[in-house]
Structure formats: structure tokens, C-alpha cells
Design a protein around this ligand. Structure first.
Ligand SMILES: *[C@@H]1O[C@H](CO)[C@@H](O)[C@H](O)[C@H]1NC(C)=O
Ligand SMILES: *[C@@H]1O[C@H](CO)[C@@H](O)[C@H](O)[C@H]1NC(C)=O
Length: 219
């Protein structure tokens, strides 16, 4: 059921005096788990993120027995304080960047009300983790959306999982809303047809896995 949609945005330039946005990361589902992980651990490099329909950092605590509660809850059984203190101990040990970098970083958190894959109450725990480090959160929790990437005018119906592509027509430009939050709130929303620029890079995940992990997860 896990799917990855994962983007890293790199910009070469920096503007003094405003929060850094030269490297941000966003992802959907297990890509959102990866996003939270990257932002929290590499916070001196990554300064903004879009966490879309994924569980909080360190949710499974290294044990596959915990995976189900990181999808379906109940969220009360997920020890958020322990997740936070784990990151702090990694930072103290020097295996994660200092958490002071996370302060004021823009973080967008999306969960659809009808998500049957990663339950909304689980996704919302991301806010507790990032708020404890002073991030600037924009929540999007109210859409009547399923588990998938919400678009303005493309994909399956908003409420019903599109198990092939996980892209849903919710009459809402989620990609724009995420980037607009991450980049300070002044981006212009694109019109109906905009020529695509930039570069999409796809890669084969199994090629990067050790053989033992094949078939278990695509994380
Ligand atoms: C997207 O949804 C809207 C509202 O339901 C609908 O009017 C539009 O035709 C849909 N677009 C596509 C491509 O299915
Ligand atoms: C956004 O644009 C408005 C109007 O041009 C400007 O006053 C404001 O400072 C801008 N905000 C950011 C974060 O750049």
C-alpha cells in the first residue's frame, strides 16, 4: 500500500534576511516519512518541507511491529515525546544536525479526511514534533480527500483512492499550496496551462535496496 512520491528541490541562490529556501524536501505517504526524516536530521541543509499523508519521524522506533499503528493509529499509542527526545539524543551525539536549525522553518502538513492508508490523527503528530522545535507549520487537514496527491484538475475522484497513481482531482492545487508556504507565501499560482520547465528525475528504488529488504517495503 505504501507508495513513494518524493521530490527534492534545490536552488543555488540565497537571499539574505529571509529564511533559507535553497534546499527543501516534500513527499507523499512513505515519501512523507522520508521527508520528515530528512528535514529533521539534515536541518542545517534542508530548511523547509511538505509532509503529505505520512507518519511522524521515528514512528516505528526501529521495530516492524509498530508499523501498523504508524498507519492506522490509535495515535495515542504513538509516544510523541519519545520520538522528539530520540531526535534530541541523535543531535547530542552528533548523528543529527542541531535541532536549533528547525526554528522558523516552514513545514506544510497535509492529510485528507478520508485517508484510509495513513490515518489523519497519525499524520497530525508531525505537527507536534515540528512545533516542539519551533517550525512554522501550515496545516491542511480539512479536505474531503483520500490518500493521494491532490490536484486541481487531474486524476481520480478526490475521495476514492487511485491505487495506480495516487493522484486525485480535488479541485485544489496542493503542489502550489505547499511550495507557496515553503517559499514565503508570495508565489503566483499558475493558470490553466503553463509550460513545464525544470527536470523530473525518476529512479528505480529496488536498485538502491539491499536484497534482504526487497519486497518488504519501498521506503
Ligand atoms: C475534476 O473535478 C471537477 C470537480 O468535480 C470536475 O469538474 C472536472 O471535470 C474534473 N476534472 C477531471 C480531469 O476529471
Ligand atoms: C509579499 O508581497 C507583498 C506585496 O508585494 C510584500 O509586501 C510582502 O513583503 C511579500 N512577502 C514576502 C514574504 O516576500
Amino acid at each position: 500500500m505504501w507508495t513513494i512520491f518524493f521530490t527534492i528541490i534545490l536552488f543555488g541562490s540565497r537571499i539574505e534576511g529571509v529564511p533559507r529556501t535553497d534546499v527543501t524536501v516534500s513527499g507523499l505517504s512513505s515519501g512523507a516519512a522520508m521527508t520528515a526524516q530528512l528535514h529533521l536530521v539534515y536541518s542545517s541543509t534542508i530548511s523547509g518541507s511538505g509532509i503529505l499523508a505520512g507518519p511522524p519521524y521515528y514512528c516505528a522506533r526501529g521495530n516492524s511491529k509498530n508499523v501498523d499503528e504508524c498507519l492506522y493509529g490509535p495515535e495515542k499509542s504513538i509516544p510523541v515525546e519519545e520520538l522528539i527526545s530520540q531526535l534530541q539524543s541523535y543531535a547530542s551525539a552528533g548523528t543529527a544536525d542541531p535541532t536549533s536549525n528547525i526554528k522558523n522553518d516552514p513545514v506544510y502538513i497535509f492529510t485528507g479526511k478520508y485517508d484510509p492508508v495513513v490515518f489523519p490523527d497519525v499524520v497530525k503528530l508531525n505537527a507536534k514534533v515540528f512545533l516542539s522545535f519551533g517550525a512554522n507549520i501550515k496545516p491542511n487537514y480539512e479536505m474531503h480527500a483520500t490518500h493521494g496527491y491532490a490536484t486541481e484538475n487531474f486524476g481520480g475522484s478526490c475521495e476514492i483512492p487511485d491505487l495506480k497513481y495516487f493522484i486525485n482531482n480535488c479541485s485544489f492545487n496542493l503542489a502550489y499550496d505547499v511550495l507557496n508556504h515553503i517559499f514565503g507565501g508570495n508565489l503566483t499560482k499558475p493558470g490553466q496551462s503553463v509550460p513545464l520547465t525544470g527536470q523530473f528525475i525518476t529512479f528505480d528504488q529496488p536498485a538502491l535496496m539491499s536484497p534482504e529488504s526487497g519486497g518488504v517495503s519501498k521506503d
